[in-house]
Design a protein around this ligand. Structure first.
Ligand code: R7I
Ligand code: MG
Ligand code: MG
Length: 407
């Protein structure tokens, strides 16, 4: 009874601005402090990731976990303290979709996801766009050590990851600032997003900027291409995964189709991490991407995968699409990743390049899914801009990913 009370009153309390505040709460006598080594082995078994300030365990297998973190405010002066007290059981409780399954993705899969995303983006970039874009990319498409350079797809994904690692949620104001601060024309941003980010930089609020270019919000694939890190961070909590994916998308892409595209990639990455059978993935895709165009394309892709038909690239490009909009590229990427899940990354990229169109983005989305399922071993030897940074971000996302919370 008392345990429940503590859990409910202390869940993610935002304690306001000012100096960091430590809340001291009484703990039931039946809880005893556990040693770090016990905690560590239990944490790895449970897939917990946050570094606790202290933790308590009950003999019955329940334990409490106290986490205190402080995040700098926008001005960098005042601080917000967040205290999280959670209760876990071992084995995890059953309940919602994500809690019904053992959550045991590895750090290698996280690295595979981020490396796959960046490699798909960088390998696909020279094939994107018309003659002018391709010629330009020939000039600027390599970094100093001649590794392929990634584009806006990876930059915005890193921005999302950085905000998640710092604030442990999608803080939309902060993410809008980070997007605008990272903007560089040479990363090949989508035309609408480039204009929005310049507006935000000039002081226009993101809620205003996002409807200045397209009045209903953009339905470009710019939200879907950056949603994989959200899926990695909220791997253990499917409801948060859905809610935070929407928040990350709507800053620049508030059109329902763009949001559905972002959800589709988050869901596909979520299932790739679990190496689970597909029927449940297709069902959730249909549930969360319920517009007629998505439903039609998801149904077709599912039928092709289930029948193991080797559909010709021309038909895939024509029917599922290869364009810059969410509805013309997201299902294509999920189809390519699923079809080539048991093949090499190179084979998948060869297929995606042969589709033409928005190759870097279809490559980035499919690469994230493929890498989340297959891990990073075969991607390690491929050259890519700032490989160490990409791997570090993936490791941080793994270490700090949201632990399951049963409050
Ligand atoms: O979605 P976005 O960030 O573009 C991402 C693409 C990826 O391929 C990246 O690699 C990069 O190259 O760009 O940029 P937006 O400009 O918001 O959307 C992309 C395109 O979708 C737009 O330029 C439009 O052609 C189209 N589009 C729309 N067209 C009509 N009405 C998006 N929203 C609308 C709309 O509401
Ligand atoms: Mg790009
Ligand atoms: Mg692109």
């Amino acid at each position: 009874m008392r345990l429940g009370l503590i859990c409910s009153i202390s869940s993610r309390l935002r304690l306001g601005r000012g100096w960091p505040v430590l809340w001291l709460l009484p703990f039931p006598r039946s809880l005893r402090r556990c040693g770090r080594s016990t905690l560590h082995s239990r944490r790895s078994l449970l897939g917990l990731s946050q570094e606790p300030t202290c933790s308590y365990k009950l003999a019955r297998g329940y334990f409490m976990y106290q986490h205190l973190s402080a995040a700098a405010s926008p001005a960098g002066r005042s601080r917000i303290a967040v205290l999280t007290l959670s209760r876990y059981t071992w084995p995890p409780l059953t309940g919602s979709h994500s809690q019904q399954h053992q959550m045991n993705a590895s750090v290698d899969q996280y690295q595979g996801c981020i490396l796959g995303l960046a490699l798909g983006d960088a390998i696909g970039a020279p094939f994107e766009g018309g003659l002018i874009e391709r010629s330009l990319w020939k000039l600027i498409g390599r970094v100093r050590d001649h590794s392929p350079r990634w584009t806006d797809d990876t930059q915005m994904s890193l921005d999302v990851a950085n905000v998640l690692l710092r604030y442990r949620e999608i803080d939309q104001d902060r993410l809008a600032e980070v997007f605008a601060g990272s903007y560089a024309w040479s990363r090949g941003y989508g035309p609408g997003t480039a204009r929005q980010l310049k507006l935000i930089k000039s002081g226009v609020h993101w809620r205003e900027a996002r409807i200045r270019i397209f009045k209903d919000g953009s339905f470009g694939n710019g939200a879907a291409m950056r949603s994989a890190p959200v899926s990695l961070f909220f791997y253990n909590d499917f409801e948060r995964l859905v809610a935070e994916t929407k928040k990350a998308a709507e800053i620049t892409h508030s059109h329902p189709l763009a949001i559905q595209g972002a959800l589709a990639i988050s869901i596909a990455v979520h299932f790739a991490l679990q190496s689970r059978d597909c029927p449940e993935m297709w069902r959730l895709l249909q549930e969360h991407c319920a517009s007629p165009v998505f439903l039609r394309k998801i149904g077709l892709a599912r039928g092709w995968i289930d029948s193991k038909s080797e559909i010709a690239r021309g038909a895939v490009a024509k029917v599922l699409g290869n364009g810059m909009t969410a509805q013309d590229s997201v299902v294509t990427a999920i189809y390519a990743a699923t079809r080539f899940m048991g093949s090499s990354f190179g084979e998948m990229m060869g297929f995606i390049i042969s589709l033409g169109g928005d190759v870097d983005t279809i490559g980035a989305m499919a690469g994230a899914i493929w890498g989340a399922a297959n891990g990073s071993v075969t991607l390690e030897n491929l050259p890519i801009e700032e490989k160490d940074r990409l791997k570090r971000v993936a490791i941080d996302l793994y270490r700090k990913r949201l632990a399951p919370c049963f409050i």
